[in-house]
Design a protein around this ligand. Sequence first.
Ligand code: RBF
Length: 164
Amino acid sequence: MPISGLGKVDKTYDGSNLKIGIVHARWNAEVISALVDGAIARLKDMGVKEENIVVMSVPGSFELPFGTKTLFYQEGKKLDALISIGTLIKGETMHFEYIADAVSHGLMRLQEEIHVPVIFGLLTCLTEEQAQARSGLTKDGHNHGADWGSAAVEMATKWKGARN
Ligand code: RBF
């Protein structure tokens, strides 16, 4: 028997009644900008209205968990899902490991705290080229921001249905 829903990205959900928040870091601006644009384009493709997409920036990825929480409260807890976007590029010191770990745990904890899905939009790349490929800036690249947009609509829809 065929099993449905095995594809990584499901674009079949309807976002027309959803309000989505995007919080992004400002480090690695070109990559971030492509990821945010990719997420917004996919949200719109899936029916989310432009006025229901709220965007806020924070200095760097370490600020993503608190920034995401701030946007949620700033919008009167009316967001159906949040997407937290940042790009970490490994340097010569240990910052990469510490920030990646802190942000992953922070975002995971946050969604349990606010009871709203938080989509993990953190690229953790070893090189600048990897970040460009994963934001669709290279010829054979793929914009992961688009996938995060789909994940936000799917998770918001499922959670809305479950809690009602
Ligand atoms: N923030 C990012 O979003 N991406 C990075 O690649 C990044 N690299 C950093 C490297 C170092 C050595 C430091 C100290 C910070 C870096 N940050 C980066 C910023 C960090 O996420 C945060 O904004 C600052 O540490 C202020 O809390």
